[in-house]
Design a binder for this molecule. Structure first.
Ligand code: FDA
Length: 286
């Protein structure tokens, strides 16, 4: 039952199942980012095993001509015990992505990782421009400065609200402030992306009020619909994903998969059995 229910949000156990889901989503005119579930590995062989899966995905993206890239967490490739190993592994992934004209998105984890994640992205982007980007979280106070920092270097940003538990010393405690910061930063990003410098950003939210604000903003400011893309999670607001794609906007769906789905899904379900949808909000919270 758990597997059946999780299938709405997790594309399966294997890379093959995720690639099949990717193909289905691509047929709807929607791009994909593939995420092999798993994080906080503790040994080098585990980190290398995570990396191998990503290399197989990048090969499959090329061979099957999929409209897809990959998303990876640094804690999945050894960041917690050997940051140099994590950088080598992600660097090899980015090099591979560059060779097959794909892209690696480094997901953002909790605030202890923020500076290291941004700094690593900068170093890799300097070596492989356009093949790597990261994620900024609107709930962090520092994100406005980080937005300028990354835009100034032409590094692609995914903007999300943020999924980790953070204290009031680093993050806005009130949701209304997070939402307001999100709107402010998304407008900044898309204005920048339309001014010829070409930093393509991902607006990652299921918040329809924010999506509507973005639609009005780009219309009123004559910003190209493809100067940015909306991003949503697999299985969440599929209606909105399809509507935005039908209206000519770029849409990308984040597809998680992998054998670690079971404990992950059951943990989420146990936390709040009445609301399976809650799972989607917690994809990034292990
Ligand atoms: P929010 O939680 O503010 O809810 C607003 C409205 O959206 C709801 O009222 C509802 O209408 C709708 N909605 C939200 N969730 C829904 C659901 N499950 N089902 C139906 N409707 C729903 N976080 C992070 O810290 N690091 C990361 O790297 C990423 N990466 C990432 C990639 C992508 C593609 C997405 C979409 C999200 C992330 N996130 C993330 C997660 C993000 O930070 C956030 O926790 C969730 O997206 C929930 O916030 P929203 O902005 O979607 O809506």
């Amino acid at each position: 039952m758990g597997r059946k229910m999780s299938g709405r949000f997790v594309a399966g156990m294997s890379g093959e199942e995720a690639l099949a889901a990717c193909q289905r989503v691509n047929h709807e005119g929607i791009a994909v980012s593939l995420d092999s579930l798993g994080e906080s590995v503790t040994t080098e062989p585990e980190a290398q095993k995570s990396a191998d899966i990503y290399h197989q995905l990048l090969d499959a993206i090329e061979v099957r001509k999929l409209n897809a890239n990959v998303s990876v967490k640094l804690s999945q490739v050894g960041m917690d015990f050997d940051p140099a190993l994590a950088e080598r592994i992600v660097g090899e992934m980015v090099q591979h992505a560059a060779a097959v004209k794909s892209f690696v998105r480094i997901d953002m984890e909790g605030s202890p990782y923020t500076e290291a994640t941004i700094a690593m992205t900068e170093r890799l982007a300097a070596k492989f421009p356009g093949a790597v980007g990261t994620v900024l979280q609107a709930y962090l106070f520092r994100t406005e400065a980080d937005t300028e920092r990354l835009l100034g270097q032409g590094i692609r940003i995914r903007l999300c609200k943020g999924a980790y538990k953070e204290g009031p010393e680093v993050a806005f405690p009130a949701k209304a402030d997070v939402d307001a910061n999100y709107v402010k930063l998304m407008k900044r990003m898309v204005t920048f992306s339309n001014n010829g410098k070409g930093v393509f950003c991902g607006i990652a939210t299921h918040d329809e009020a924010i999506v509507d604000q973005m639609r009005s903003f780009v219309r009123e400011n004559n910003i190209e619909k493809h100067a940015f893309e909306f991003q949503m999670l697999y299985g969440v607001r599929r209606d909105l994903q399809r509507k935005l794609a039908a209206d000519g906007f770029g849409v990308r769906v984040y597809i998680p998969f992998g054998p670690e789905w079971y404990p992950y899904f059951m943990r989420r379900l146990a936390e709040r059995p009445a609301n399976v949808l809650f799972l989607a909000k917690n994809f990034f919270k292990n």
